[in-house]
Design a protein around this ligand. Sequence first.
Ligand code: GLN
Length: 448
Amino acid sequence: ITAEQLTQDTLAKIKELEPKLNAMITVIDDAKPAENLDFSNELAGIPIAVKDNIITNNVKTTAASHILYNYVPVYDATVVSKLKAAKMTIIGKTNMDEFAMGSSSENSYFGAPKNPWDLTKVTGGSSGGSAAAVAGGEVIAALGTDTGGSIRQPAAFNGIFGIKPTYGRVSRWGLIAFGSSLDQIGVMTKRVQDSAKILNVLSGADDHDATVSEREVPDFTKALNQDVKGLRVAVPEEYFGEGISEKVKALIKEQIKVLEDHGAIINKVSLPHTKYVIPDYYIIASSEASSNLQRFDGIRYGYRSKDAKNLLDVYVKSRSEGFGDEVKRRIMLGSFALSAGSYDRFFRQAAKVRTLICRDFEKIFEENDVIVGPTTPTPAFGLNSKTKDPLEMYANDILTIAANLAGVPAASVPAGLVDGMPVGLQIMAKRFDEESIFRVADFIERSN
Ligand code: GLN
């Protein structure tokens, strides 16, 4: 098959599936493979989708918000430049929760994507479109972003592999910022090995983003096809506590048993501050979001209210009409937590609790290589079943958020089915040790 043919076949497949899945906000109908393809690079000519909060030159980038519904950037995010340098073909921009705020992708201005396993269920979020595009068979890989679980939770809900690298592994230049101390770009694929190859391409220092580490990037594919003998695996009791479905727990315990049967050393541990991760995250992430979203003023880009009479009106009306309910909720929460009267009681407290959560992880990683547990408390839930109650929606993130607060790499690999729907095994490792994650994930994939 030629790269041209593969591109055309992929576009045809997307066209066939989109009315059902709604996984993409923009399909790049005139996508063409890069010129002078050199097939010693295995990624050359392979189509990939990119989440719509990642800037793409000349291709509309909306972050699934009304306020950016017509925004066409004039440059590429670093990750997009890197995919293009590897001669991958960008084929579309995926659906998501508005500004990546949500756990079901139902906060999209463009309507929710649907779970290919059961079209009445959510895809998870916020990278729900990326997950559905991969799981549904439109593409073999997509970029996602993860601030509190937005790669891992939809990966789990759609039965695919998703990895959020270490904070500082991959450049965020050109990512529409949500929570800058938490956001990471990562990869969502059907196969673990494809993820390792793509993360090789994305990783590493960038003159445009000072938060990226200068440290050398290992070849992640070297971690594939290894055994797990002697690997020290921590299992936190809190990840098997109240609120986690019994069937999910049972399935995850089976996977842990597989690791043990193959020589891994299983250690029971505790992450004692787990009960604080949700309130802690929602204060920190909303505070950062309220600051990051100030730039959407109706003037620089995107939507501008038609009936504004003066400058203040332009700001107020454009933002009131341009942002959805969840985004407004976070802006209000964050502005409140940062305001002079509440900063000490909320933001400063949250920052301190974050340090305690980081220490929980440091302690465990003194004696363990990875931490494993479920990715989510339940498999994918029904569309519209949690939209009325934001707190119930937030509770979904209880198992994924801590990795973002601590900046450690974390992934979700398919672990089997509960009631016909996929469940994910979460794997976390020390900062900059994505290799241990790939080692375990690839092993689990081969043993299932
Ligand atoms: N569900 C979480 C939130 O709504 C995480 C989102 C994300 O990781 N982008 O903030």
